[in-house]
Design a binder for this molecule. Structure first.
Ligand SMILES: [Zn+2]
Length: 507
């Protein structure tokens, strides 16, 4: 435990000096030994920080965090900067927050590079020179990095091991799930949990959103082959096609990520409920606090039904406090296989068309997934025309589509003529007669209004609640009526019940 006020480490939940609540999160920084040309991860509380464990010389503060730059990305960087293909091959290169560090020196790459549209010619140069990638120097650097950080690796592993065994003490192994995304964080989590519980048979749930990188699917195939004893379940939405839904309700945007519940959390919840019904379960996720602001609000061990999406589930994240560089250290030290997308320079893997992806990630996808990204761009340009954007190409290329709010301009939003009767017994409730029987597909149409939360509604009434994305307050209640030939929709917690529109999602 760590007191961030007094900067001291303690075993107690209260700081012995100032009495404030301590945090499990210990301040960690990356130092560097210039003589050994290696980054060293140190907790601020480490007694021997400032000393290189390899040469005994002095280290100095380097950066807050780092990610690995593989030879493939070194090659791409050389091409983008008009250098010879092997320019970076024999140098130690790491990256952090928009900067590269070459033999310890910062190299800023203009973000304009990632808006370049001549990605076909960049791809041609890349594949023409890919034989110049060379892992010799890279492997030496990584071996040195692992040696210099062996105590950090041992401490991380030991601490995570204790945490995992503590978190799972009330669960039999059959009721423990590893959430597996194919990214580096869940790779490390799966390895830690399997080793800590010394059980190779644990249930893994992989959610295939149908929008995965090809390398993710390749990696999952290898993972299953190398872990034949793992019980591996794939959660996927086989009823809807992402692109068809985009046609109907418009592409997702940062504030309207309807795709997440429809293609990821929804299918996962269905797999979990079919496997476990109402049994209490424990799911290990590779969530890290440093990843995003919303994630930093989670706790490392969370069983509060309001903050997690599946009611009978406790979630635990062994690597919650880890740095990016800690994750890489673990992968290299344990010699784990991982998703090849990282070799190309992606810093996270997920849906390739996610509106939350950075310009740099989109740029990489234009190089390495040209067919998919062109199809997606064409769709977005058509959509921009449909909603009357004056400069559709710029709307798409400048990333403005990602900031769209509400259902503006959509045919579906203007063209609805539906008959309803006011519910006589309940205020703000309306009953709509349905042409087709009530089903999940109907419920999913409410995604633009907020987060669909079937688990929070009344089970007996088959009620689904829709939560406001910002406040998590329920704003709509949806339930089948008259044996499913009609639907009752009730507005909740909104100021003007007639004015609830999809725009409120982003308000
Ligand atoms: Zn040294």
């Amino acid at each position: 435990m760590w007191c961030s006020r007094c900067c001291i480490e303690t075993n107690s939940e209260k700081c012995p000096v100032c009495g404030a609540a301590t945090d499990e999160d210990v301040a960690v920084k990356i130092f560097r030994c210039d003589a050994c040309n290696v980054p060293i991860i140190n907790a601020v509380s480490d007694v021997d920080k400032g000393t290189c464990p390899l040469c005994g010389g002095k280290t100095k503060y380097f950066v807050a965090d780092l990610r690995t730059v593989f030879p493939e990305e070194k090659l791409l960087l050389a091409i983008l900067l008009d250098k010879k293909p092997n320019f970076f091959m024999n140098r130690s290169v790491w990256a952090a927050a928009g900067k590269y560090y070459v033999d310890g020196k910062a190299l800023t790459v203009s973000s304009k590079i990632f808006t370049r549209t001549d990605t076909d010619s960049i791809a041609k140069k890349f594949f023409g020179a890919v034989h110049e990638t060379n892992y010799e120097r890279f492997n030496e650097d990584i071996a040195k990095f692992v040696r210099a950080n062996r105590f950090r690796h041992a401490a991380l592993k030991d601490e995570a091991d204790n945490f995992i065994r503590r978190a799972s003490k009330n669960f039999t192994d059959e009721r423990i799930i590893i959430s597996f995304s194919g990214g580096k964080d869940s790779t490390v989590t799966a390895d830690l949990v399997t080793k800590a519980l010394t059980n190779p048979n644990l249930v893994h749930i992989f959610s295939n959103t149908t929008l995965e990188f090809p390398s993710t699917l390749d990696y999952v195939t290898r993972y299953r082959k190398n872990h034949p004893q793992a019980i591996f379940q794939t959660a996927t939405n086989s009823e809807q096609n992402f692109f068809d839904v985009c046609e109907d309700i418009g592409p997702p945007a940062r504030m309207m990520r309807w795709c997440c519940s429809m293609f990821k959390t929804g299918p996962i919840a269905r797999v979990i409920s079919s496997l476990y019904r109402d049994q209490k379960i424990l799911t290990f996720y590779g969530i890290r606090k440093a990843e995003s602001v919303t994630r930093s609000k989670y706790n490392r061990l969370e069983d509060n039904a309001d903050s997690i999406k599946i009611r009978q589930q406790t979630v635990a994240s062994p690597i919650f406090f880890w740095k990016d560089l800690d994750v890489w250290l673990y992968i290299f030290a344990e010699k784990l296989d991982f998703n090849a997308a990282y070799r190309l320079g992606y810093d996270r893997v997920g849906c390739w068309c996610c509106p939350n992806n950075t310009q740099r990630a989109l740029f990489l996808s234009r190089i390495f997934m040209p067919l998919e990204t062109k199809k997606w761009r064409n769709f977005l340009v058509d959509f921009a025309k449909k909603i009357g954007k004056p400069d559709p190409e710029n709307y798409v290329d400048a990333g403005k589509w990602k900031a769209r709010q509400g259902g503006n301009g959509l045919v579906a939003a203007n063209d609805v003529k539906i008959r309803f009767t006011n519910c006589t017994t309940e205020e703000h409730a309306k009953i709509y007669k349905l042409a087709r029987p009530f089903n999940d597909e109907l419920v999913n149409l409410f995604v633009p209004f907020g987060k669909i939360a079937p688990e929070l509604g009344s089970k007996i009434l088959r009620e689904t609640l829709v939560l406001d994305l910002k406040t998590n307050a329920p704003i709509l209640s949806i339930m089948p009526f008259k044996q499913g030939t009609a639907v009752k929709i009730k507005t909740l917690n909104v100021a003007d019940h007639d004015e609830l529109t999809a725009c409120e999602v982003a308000a």
